[in-house]
Design a protein. Structure first.
Ligand code: THU
Length: 136
């Protein structure tokens, strides 16, 4: 599975985004080391707080299925689904990634033209992780 394939799946997921408040449609595609792919879209809520990001929908769907070993996640987003700039993951999603992923886990972003890769360690340096609770 190439980065371009993964970005294409993330892009497809933006079609399922429920974003009547922000109108910002996000899609994510999470690749497991065994080749499985889990996708997600953002799901907003009138009470705002319950809104979940596309990345967390993908991660929680994967964990629900027993997946625990992850390689890469592709993320795209844009107003009304028009992808014109990079959509980096929010801080909460970075922390969720850190729960299940090592420093070499890769975040793949695209602005619709270019694809960029970032190691999780670069996006969340000096992170608090399961190791800090003696759980690694
Ligand atoms: N959003 C995501 O789905 N992922 C991110 O990492 C950034 C933000 C969503 C949440 C909300 O529905 C909309 O984008 C605007 O913040």
């Amino acid at each position: 599975m190439t980065n371009a394939d993964l970005i294409a799946l993330a892009r497809e997921m933006t079609l399922h985004s429920y974003a009547p408040y922000s109108h910002f449609h996000v899609g994510a595609a999470l690749l497991c080391r065994d080749g499985r792919v889990y996708t997600g879209c953002n799901i907003e809520n009138a009470a705002f707080g319950p809104t979940v990001c596309a990345e967390r929908v993908a991660f929680f769907s994967a964990v629900r299925d027993g997946a625990r070993d992850f390689e890469r996640i592709a993320i795209v987003g844009g107003e009304e689904g028009r992808i014109t700039s990079f959509t980096p993951p929010c801080g909460v999603c970075r922390q969720v990634m850190r729960e299940f992923c090592r420093d070499d886990f890769t975040v793949v972003l695209s602005d619709g033209r270019e694809i960029r890769e970032f190691p999780l360690a670069a996006l969340l340096p000096q992170s608090f992780s399961p190791a800090d609770l003696g759980k690694e």
